[in-house]
Design a protein around this ligand. Structure first.
Ligand code: ZN
Length: 160
């Protein structure tokens, strides 16, 4: 199958299989991350991440500048948009401008399974311990069911 995977300013086209999907979304989440892992016909891996947010802000909120958010008319907000607790834009008129957070897409191509695991690993800034987030762990566990190379790399920890 052919997949189109969005990255920041481009779209990656790949042929192969989607190995797994995972999400950090929980009931009541206002921000979460969705991840998909693909294996191309040539044997490379493509990791796709999208950061989703339902939050929107007033123009005066610090988050607007920090994330370079663009204004839209309040009437065009999605039905499940959630007002920021800091700036509380909930009372604005329909024709007022608000600043919704937007989805952020990132994709990464990896030549092999160990590279995918490294791409998903995080390091605790204090203990320096390497770990996987729950959403990354779930993504790899599902992928391991159909990909022996991922299974092998999850079981083998390489100590530098
Ligand atoms: Zn705000």
């Amino acid at each position: 199958m052919t997949y189109y995977v969005r990255d920041a300013g481009r779209t990656l086209q790949c042929s192969g299989d989607r190995l797994s999907h995972s999400s950090s979304r929980r009931t009541g989440s206002t921000r979460w991350v969705d991840m998909d892992l693909y294996r191309t016909t040539a044997g490379q891996y493509v990791l796709a991440k999208v950061a989703v947010s339902l939050l929107y802000h007033l123009g005066s909120c610090a988050i607007v500048e920090e994330h370079h958010l663009r204004p839209v008319s309040a009437a065009t907000l999605v039905f499940d948009a959630v007002p920021c607790e800091r700036c509380d834009p909930s009372a604005v008129e329909d024709n007022a401008l608000v600043y919704p957070e937007v989805e952020v897409y990132r994709a990464q191509v990896c030549p092999d399974a160990s590279c995918i695991i490294t791409a998903l690993e995080r390091q605790d800034p204090i203990s320096k311990q390497i770990y996987l987030t729950r959403v990354a762990q779930a993504l790899l566990e599902e992928a391991a069911l159909s990909d022996p190379a991922i299974t092998a790399n999850m079981r083998t920890q390489i100590i530098p």
